[in-house]
Design a binder for this molecule. Structure first.
Ligand SMILES: *[C@@H]1O[C@H](CO)[C@@H](O)[C@H](O)[C@H]1NC(C)=O
Ligand SMILES: *[C@@H]1O[C@H](CO)[C@@H](O)[C@H](O)[C@H]1NC(C)=O
Ligand SMILES: *[C@@H]1O[C@H](CO)[C@@H](O)[C@H](O)[C@H]1NC(C)=O
Ligand SMILES: *[C@@H]1O[C@H](CO)[C@@H](O)[C@H](O)[C@H]1NC(C)=O
Ligand SMILES: *[C@@H]1O[C@H](CO)[C@@H](O)[C@H](O)[C@H]1NC(C)=O
Ligand SMILES: *[C@@H]1O[C@H](CO)[C@@H](O)[C@H](O)[C@H]1NC(C)=O
Length: 656
């Protein structure tokens, strides 16, 4: 009885002096279950705050740091011990012989900012508790025996400045880690493969060495199956032609002149080439040769008689005639009601619209006034027959919110696709072009309509057409004067670009679903992810991974939004340009929720497009209507002949 009273007194005494009672129990439970060096003697008579390796806060009411480096600790960390130190900010257990998986209850250490577990024998998967420790700034798991993939969820650790995973057996490909403040990073000496994501390419090669199958970025380029990730999308050219100012500066005029010159040169080369191949064909025929024209056509530069080739109309006529049915412009689907041939196209005046992942786009104005977009595809890797089958199939897809392929041309050295030209430009140029310079911003109603139009186009691709888009981004959403008739372009082209690896490099950084990096295949669900990013872009006014233009580091848009929303600053995510419109918060928050569902990390938990469209239609309560704007399809072909309002030059309308 007396003894018990004494204990009670002692207890009161200790608590009065400030003793982290529950933390003390947790520490004792840890040490009693973990073999350790005799150096670590935690005396029951002393306050836990004075024990070796333990630090408390100023009030001595909680343990804030536990440092037991090289303390001879052996075996697994027992569950229900360290996970109870709820105020712990620093945990260092480096250079011991701890093994197994760090326990799941470490996820309770919600204020932990430094975790040092390097030089142990930990094994198994990347500890699932760690992505929940969102306050972490330093994480060191190096020199252990971890062996899973590095999860994309490390992006959850938005405050991380140092991430050290070297000397383990981590495998699979590197996720795109896009943590803005990350300044130290090391994954050397693991079993990683695949390409280094663009977000990590800034770190030196010594951070990646010792992974035999890793490539790209600072290491050797990936080939042939793992092309290095394409550079982040080129920003919409900031040429003054896209701006609403009516007075062109001298700079602009020089720019236009130079561009025009380059285009002229290119067209001349194209012309020369055609004439050449025609001549060879003719001479072959004379010799009775039966070689197909594709094989006969050689690169322009190799030919000795380039200088003697004239580019007169007779020659072109001879060229097209001799090529017969073999190398002509082939119209697909409805053909858009166009009637011109390759000759007309070659004679057209052309202007470069942009260089994109599939090739360079030109705006071509034919002599009779029709304007079309011609894309010169690069790196086509399929046979003529497969190319034709693919393009013919895509040409059959007709929907008001999809930009149809009108015609194609295939020869050995030149592959062209012809599309309608939409003078209003792309969503990207309208959303991001010349911000803050007195331009009329896209208002909420227009954004909502464009989003819905793009959604309907994609739902049609996924539904009746069964085609994966594979390259959804704001520069592939082309606008018409009627926002309900906005159209998606560049869909379904992945199959003609050969190795599946290139699907990844072609899909725009920032829109690419995390799993695509690993599977290297775009799917319906990865399209939904990209569409979600597009919605976030409309809501935030921020271009995914283009923040670098402004000198900042690229930001993963979904993650940025997640982090802001999590901190309950929801209002902060929205585009300031939208703040001037009244009574739209509710719709914006609803669209934000749909977008967040689309960018779920797990593909299966993303809704499908039909569902997304239904939810978007519900937002506006039928305000936006549910009919499909098929009329836009026909209207578009003569649209280019109407000058853009105010006589300003057309905007860039292509893949940047
Ligand atoms: C320490 O005590 C002071 C006043 O006694 C209090 O304001 C402060 O919040 C306490 N700090 C912690 C970490 O408990
Ligand atoms: C700690 O984590 C475990 C399992 O991870 C959970 O059951 C428990 O409720 C958590 N405790 C606290 C105090 O959060
Ligand atoms: C990311 O962090 C949040 C807590 O902020 C957590 O709820 C979520 O589970 C974490 N995600 C993963 C994949 O661990
Ligand atoms: C690492 O783990 C593997 C099994 O996963 C085991 O065979 C190997 O011995 C471990 N290496 C060390 C150094 O513990
Ligand atoms: C990369 O590693 C993962 C896991 O080890 C494996 O499944 C995948 O096939 C590897 N890819 C290549 C191209 O080696
Ligand atoms: C990354 O870790 C490896 C192995 O520990 C080391 O050799 C390399 O220097 C480290 N890289 C940097 C940049 O410190």
């Amino acid at each position: 009885m007396a003894f018990r009273r004494f204990l009670l007194l002692l207890f009161f005494f200790i608590s009065a002096a400030g003793e982290p009672t529950s933390d003390r129990a947790a520490l004792l439970a840890f040490l009693s279950q973990t073999p350790h060096s005799p150096r670590i003697q935690w005396k029951a008579s002393a306050s836990a705050c004075d024990w070796v390796g333990v630090s408390c806060d100023a009030n001595r009411t909680a343990v804030v740091a536990l440092r037991l480096p090289a303390a001879g600790l052996i075996g697994p960390i027992p569950p229900g011990t360290l996970g109870r130190l709820s105020s712990l900010r620093i945990l260092s257990l480096r250079s011991n012989r701890l093994s197994g998986s760090p326990p799941q209850d470490l996820s309770n250490l919600t204020v932990l900012h430094s975790l040092y577990l390097q030089n142990n024998l930990f094994s198994g998967a990347f500890p699932p508790a760690i992505p929940k420790l969102t306050r972490l700034t330093r994480l060191d798991l190096s020199a252990n025996n971890f062996s899973s993939e590095i999860p994309f969820a490390v992006n959850n650790l938005t405050r991380l400045t140092g991430l050290f995973l070297q000397q383990n057996r981590f495998s699979g490909s590197l996720p795109s880690v896009g943590i803005p403040g990350l300044t130290s990073f090391n994954v050397s000496y693991n079993d990683l493969n695949g390409s280094i994501p663009a977000t990590l390419a800034k770190f030196p090669a010594s951070d990646f060495v010792g992974n035999l199958q890793l490539c790209g970025g600072p290491l050797a380029p990936c080939a042939p199956f793992f092309p290095s990730p394409s550079p982040s999308p080129i920003p919409p050219p900031e040429s003054p032609t896209g701006k609403s100012s009516k007075n062109l500066s001298t700079k602009a005029i020089i720019g236009i002149a130079v561009a025009g010159g380059v285009v002229l040169l290119l067209l001349l080369l194209l012309l020369l080439f055609c004439c050449l191949s025609a001549r060879r064909k003719q001479s072959q025929r004379a010799k009775g040769g039966t070689k197909p024209v594709e094989a006969a056509a050689g690169p322009i530069g190799r030919s000795a008689d380039v200088g003697t080739t004239s580019s007169s109309k007779e020659d072109i006529a001879a060229a097209t005639a001799s090529q017969g049915d073999k190398n002509r412009l082939v119209f697909v689907g409805s053909g858009g009601g166009y009637s011109f041939d390759l000759e007309d196209l070659l004679r057209a005046s052309a202007e470069v619209l942009g260089k994109g992942s599939v090739g360079t786009s030109y705006k071509a104005v034919l002599e009779e006034g029709t304007t079309v977009v011609v894309k010169r595809l690069k790196d086509v890797a399929v046979s003529k027959r497969d190319f034709e089958l693919n393009i013919e199939a895509l040409g059959k897809i007709e929907h008001g919110n999809l930009l149809a392929i009108r015609a194609y041309y295939y020869s050995k050295d030149e592959k062209l696709l012809v599309f309608d030209y939409l003078a209003a430009g792309s969503l990207s140029s309208n959303l991001h072009g010349s911000r803050g310079s007195g331009r009329t911003p896209l208002d909420w109603d227009n954004r909502m309509r464009i989003a819905l139009a793009a959604g309907r186009g994609l739902a049609h691709l996924h539904g009746p057409a069964r085609v994966v888009h594979g390259n959804i981004k704001a520069s592939n959403v082309l606008l018409r004067p009627d926002p309900d008739a906005a159209a998606l372009s560049d869909y379904g082209l992945a199959p003609i670009f050969g190795p599946s690896g290139s699907t990844v490099s072609r899909a725009a950084v920032g829109y690419r679903a995390p799993e695509v990096v690993e599977t290297r295949r775009a799917t319906f669900k990865s399209d939904v992810y990209s569409f979600g990013v597009l919605l976030l872009e409309l809501l935030t006014g921020k271009a995914p991974n283009q923040a670098s233009i402004a000198g900042e580091e690229g930001v993963d848009l979904p993650r940025w939004v997640q982090s802001v929303v999590r901190e309950e600053w929801t209002a902060e995510v929205f585009d300031v340009e939208l703040m001037r419109y009244a009574n739209i918060e509710e719709e914006m928050v609803q669209l934000l929720q749909i977008a967040m569902a689309c960018v779920a990390l797990v593909p299966d938990s993303r809704p499908d497009m039909a569902e997304v469209v239904r939810m978007m239609e519900d937002i506006a309560g039928g305000r936006l209507g549910t009919s499909e704007g098929d009329d836009g399809l026909r209207a578009s072909s003569d649209e280019p002949s109407k000058p853009a309002s105010g006589g300003r030059s057309p905007r860039v309308a292509s893949t940047p």
